[in-house]
Write a protein that binds this ligand. Structure first.
Ligand SMILES: NC(=O)c1ccc[n+]([C@@H]2O[C@H](COP(=O)([O-])OP(=O)(O)OC[C@H]3O[C@@H](n4cnc5c(N)ncnc54)[C@H](OP(=O)(O)O)[C@@H]3O)[C@@H](O)[C@H]2O)c1
Length: 245
């Protein structure tokens, strides 16, 4: 498989890129920082015995660079089977309420610019006959919840986009996978107390690769979060207003 990964420099994306590289998939890395990309490429080469086909700068806060980055990836890989987006930003509700500039960046990076990036990828995949687009959303978008009013709203919008994209284009060969991680122990959550059912990036990455291989349109990972969120989605609004979840 030829895979393009945006976000392989840390966390879930890094675990995913390592596992794809280890099983022999050819990678192209996209990210916002050249030295972090270089480090990731070397790490994959050392672990897998084969370097990625290349890397290019792609900053989700700068959509004017998306076309150039995707063109570089397509040139290096020839054919692209899967485009994976794990890049994203988080802030606690308190941090985001108190910092409008940070909030504005997160809203753009997680929602509008991720969708702009996906639209560019969608066009290229469809023009080549199809492929897979796999994007990390979050359980935080499944229900309006007090601790994630702002972050959750970006993931809610993203999840709807990804579901609709799968409905619209699967018949033309474009499979869209929406991944909804629960709590995963990465740099993003390092300052938070892990709840029950917290997952590790390596096992979450394994679940994501299985979903890509099978074309599963919606993945909750770790698995327990599918049940947790089924219950949360059923709770009446009056209960949601009272609880801290
Ligand atoms: N961890 C969780 O509990 C959890 C739960 C639900 C959903 N998620 C979602 O899963 C995805 C991966 O999360 P993670 O835990 O692996 O996060 P992470 O360890 O913080 O990694 C985030 C990645 O996003 C990249 N990134 C951030 N801003 C960017 C920008 N403007 N342009 C390009 N790349 C950018 C980072 O690149 P740099 O290395 O350059 O900083 C890094 O590679 C995110 O979409 C997150 O919202 C995570």
């Amino acid at each position: 498989m030829n895979a393009l990964v945006l976000g392989a420099t840390q966390g879930i994306g890094q675990a995913l890129a390592r596992q794809l590289g280890a099983r022999g998939d050819t990678l192209f890395l996209l990210g916002r920082d050249a030295s972090a990309l270089e480090r990731s490429a070397r790490d994959i080469e050392a672990r897998c015995g084969r370097a990625p086909a290349g890397y290019a700068i792609c900053d989700l806060s700068a959509p004017e660079g998306f076309a150039t980055a995707l063109d570089a990836a397509w040139r290096a890989l020839g054919r692209v089977d899967v485009v994976i987006v794990t890049a994203g930003q988080f802030g606690t509700q308190e941090e985001l309420e108190n910092d409008r500039a940070r909030l504005a960046t997160m809203l753009q990076v997680n929602f509008s610019n991720t969708i702009l990036f996906c639209e560019d990828a969608r066009e290229r995949l469809l023009a080549a006959g199809g492929g897979t687009l796999c994007v990390l959303s979050s359980v935080a978008g499944d229900r309006g919840r007090k601790p994630v009013v702002l972050y959750g709203s970006t993931k809610a919008g993203l999840s709807y986009y990804l579901e609709a994209l799968d409905h619209a284009y699967r018949s033309r060969g474009l499979v869209t996978i929406c991944v909804k991680p629960g709590f995963v122990k990465t740099g993003m959550t390092a300052a938070l107390k892990p709840p029950p059912f917290a997952g590790e990036p390596e096992s979450v990455a394994r679940d994501i690769i299985r979903a890509i291989d099978r074309g599963t349109p919606l993945l909750y990972t770790p698995r327990a979060w599918a049940l947790v969120m089924r219950i949360i989605r059923l709770l009446p609004r009056a209960v949601m207003r009272r609880i801290g979840f």
